[in-house]
Design a protein around this ligand. Sequence first.
Ligand code: 4AD
Ligand code: MG
Length: 462
Amino acid sequence: MKRTKVKVLLNSGQPGSEVLVKGWVRSKRDSKGVAFIALNDGSVIHNIQIVVDVANFDENALKSISTGACIAVKGLLVQSLGKGQSVEIQAREMELYGAADPETFPLQKKGHTLEFLREIAHLRPRTNTFGAVLRMRHAMSYAIHKFFNDKGFVYVHTPIITGSDAEGAGAMFRVTTLDDQKPPLNELGHVDYREDFFGKETNLTVSGQLEGELVATALTEIYTFGPTFRAENSNTTRHLAEFWMIEPEVAFNELDDNMNLAEEFLKYLISYALEHCKDDLEFLNNMYDKELIQKLHFVLEHPFQRLSYTEGVEILRNSGQKFEFKVEWGTDLQSEHERYLVEKHFQRPVILTDYPKEIKAFYMKQSADGKTVRAMDVLFPGIGEIIGGSQREENYDKLLNRVNELGIKNEDLWWYLDTRRFGTCPHAGFGLGFERLMLFVTGMNNIRDVIPFPRTPKNAEF
Ligand code: 4AD
Ligand code: MG
């Protein structure tokens, strides 16, 4: 007999039919010779109820079917008389795949804290919360590919191991096969990477953008969606050492087109979640953030506020608000500043543009004022920066000047500079932090709770 998923049974199961389900026991209670088992197989947040006439089963075998156990159940699907479910299964045969000793099974009781669940990340997919988050992660990944595919963008697989530093912003993770006890040394007594696997120093990528640009200046509209790595020692609720980033790059787009694409993209993803993740959203809304669904609708219904960094700084300086970090033109905005603009001042998502060139990456298009670059950051309520992007500098001389000013080695980037020597074109793109998006659509507060196995400083256990 073929197994049917719980989701299918609950949505369209035919009462009166014989069914087979397999899953994990969420709870079991006994009442006057009848046992009620709530079974979940992760296909949907809801459990299916199994009704067991205790007299028909071996007492000891039944005992082993406790919370956390994995079982298969054959039985008759019937209309449920109980509240909260349409159908239930009257068990005829049950098979125990794996027991879960009630004395030691860590998820014996409900209501564990998220902090505790992080310590048992190997088991937390079995909770309602992580089931919901992981199903939504999948739905959002699918929606991202669908959005770009429907528009004719090409998905490009950029390398994970790179010999360049795209952002120049933070530390990178080195990739090496050299002997860590006795590495070869060069004439200066430094590690000699010429002897390393790739014949040069290599790291895990911080962004697929530079390679993405190479392909966009041939296929016009591309995107990447892959893991990125940053070795910053930032232990915050918004930073991971390994996170996923979506980076569209479009030839012939300028900054306005880039902003339009970013806004359309985010709104598409949010409406996709509202349409396709109803059950999980309702659960998360009830459990973690009573305004979650309302907030998602709100973002869809309002245009993002667009203004320059300079205007943003003015607003912050005139706000009368006391900030931990002082706001001055030329310094990077802290998340307290970003959130003031979004949550207090405009009360909607904000796109800040035209940042001082000193606080942004070398590749951004330089403006005529000589001070700013055509950058854009999309700031979201409760999150701060969710997207960072820009129009790119397509002029070879200007780009080379900036590279030299910043002391970046030309020999690491000659291939990138070449795109400006041969058939250069205006182009623009951005990066969406996938886990920051997941924070927003799930209403979770800590980025460690929207990725199955978080990588953060001192944490790579699971
Ligand atoms: O602003 P960032 O550093 O921009 C880039 O990497 C560009 N190459 C993107 C581009 O133009 N193609 O990073 C982009 C986004 C941020 O806005 C944030 O959402 C996310 O990536 N992000 C992180 N998410 C989790 N943990 C971290 N440590 C992150 N660093 C950046
Ligand atoms: Mg950024």
